[in-house]
Design a binder for this molecule. Structure first.
Ligand SMILES: Cc1ncc(C[n+]2csc(CCOP(=O)(O)OP(=O)(O)O)c2C)c(N)n1
Length: 379
């Protein structure tokens, strides 16, 4: 007999889904190995990152979905609103709905029980599938999300899998952990910075050709726009912390070189992005960490990189091997031009002093930026 897990895989295949970003739930442990076997899978460390990666992959021509536990939706609301809904970026999210059906874990109940109300009031549409006979609704949901350019949640009750004979989990190769050693030699000097963010971006602009540039939320976007607006620039308007994840998603689907302009505040909000980048290891991604030791866009409040933490070491610790530090415009030109010709991920740590120019607001809506960018990627 056909298992509900097999039916889900078949529906995803019928819809030409080509990327699945996952974070496990015990109730879908027979579905997850089938996803690994049948799709290009991106294992996540935090659900919110999946929104960034999937948005990037979609803009570069991919057709992603996410498969997660419903609790992860609690971590995703801001990015769902400020990235997917604001920019018209579709994404079907298959969520194992915990907290409501035969739930043994007390901590699952408050969020799980309130989830429909939370999603309703956030304007995020969803479909409940609480029986294997209703799996056809998954097909409708995927079509709905992609036709209407919006996220759509599919809440799967554990009841769907209850009578399943699928034993994919039992057949899975178990993880075996071997002894391993790590040998990192790292010595760094944080020189006193004398450039501001604008100077650093200005040094990069003459090197840009057909590279994609993805810019961090706030003043970095405005400064890039003022210095060199291009259709191949993607300006991020919300979803703080996701710029490198968006860059990863684009890099995985595009043959072009992707340059991400990230910030210290944003990287420290979501250092997980660096681990996922190291794990996926795209050949065409350059992360430029514009480190001004401050949340520059909100008035230059000090961040932990100012005195406490070295972002280059963080990147190394996350598994990115090719890292470098620069503090002059000449240094940026030299390092970036060699990074653009290199194969693999490069992390460029740019030492800056705090300071914003009064670059004006970008006179384009997030949806217009997204549409323009997607159009440019097709040519
Ligand atoms: C989740 C969330 N928290 C806080 C903010 C407010 N905010 C917008 S930009 C920004 C600072 C970003 O700092 P950084 O990444 O270091 O970039 P910089 O502006 O310094 O270049 C903050 C705190 C936000 N938009 N979203």
């Amino acid at each position: 007999m056909r298992s509900p897990e097999d039916s889900v895989i078949e529906i995803l295949q019928q819809n030409q889904i080509d990327i699945v970003a996952t974070l496990p739930c015990d109730r879908i442990k027979n579905l997850l190995p089938l996803i690994s076997r049948n799709f290009f899978e991106i294992p996540l460390t935090r659900e919110e990152n999946g929104l960034g990666i999937c948005a990037g992959a979609y803009m570069a021509g991919g057709k992603p979905v996410m498969v997660i536990q419903s609790t992860g939706l609690g971590n995703m609301i801001n990015a769902l609103e400020s990235l997917n809904i604001t920019c018209n970026i579709p994404l079907p999210i298959l969520a194992s709905w915990r907290g409501v059906y035969k739930e043994g874990i007390e901590a699952q109940k408050p969020l799980g029980e309130h989830l429909p109300e939370i999603l309703d009031s956030a304007g995020i549409t969803y479909t409940i599938i609480d029986d294997p006979d209703k799996l056809y609704k998954l097909n409708h949901s995927i079509i709905y999300a992609y036709e209407n350019l919006r996220p759509h949640i599919i809440l799967f009750s554990p009841k769907v899998w209850e009578g399943s004979t699928c034993a994919a989990w039992d057949e899975m190769e178990r993880i075996t952990l071997e002894e391993r050693s790590l040998d990192i030699t790292f010595r760094s000097t944080i020189l006193k910075p004398h450039m501001v963010r604008f100077d650093a971006i200005a040094a990069m602009v003459p090197l840009l050709n057909d590279e994609i540039v993805v810019a961090n939320i706030g003043v970095p976007c405005k400064e890039l726009y003022a210095l060199c607006d291009r259709d191949l620039n993607y300006y991020m308007f919300g979803s703080m912390g996701l710029v490198s994840s968006i860059g990863l998603g684009i890099a995985l689907r595009s043959g072009r070189r992707v340059i991400v302009l990230d910030g210290d505040g944003s990287l420290l909000m979501n250092p997980n992005a660096l681990v996922e980048i190291a794990r996926m290891d795209p050949s065409n991604l350059t992360i430029v960490a514009l480190d001004n030791g401050a949340y520059g866009s909100t008035g230059s409040q000090e961040t932990l990189s100012a005195k406490f933490l070295d972002l280059e070491l963080l990147a190394r610790g996350c598994g990115i091997e090719n890292t470098v530090k620069v503090h002059t415009q000449e240094g940026i030109e030299k390092i970036l031009s060699s990074a653009l010709g290199a194969d693999g991920v490069t992390f460029i740590h740019v030492l800056l002093k705090p300071g914003n120019t009064d670059s004006p607001n970008i006179p384009l809506t997030p949806a217009e930026v997204t549409e323009r960018f997607m159009h440019a990627l097709k040519h």
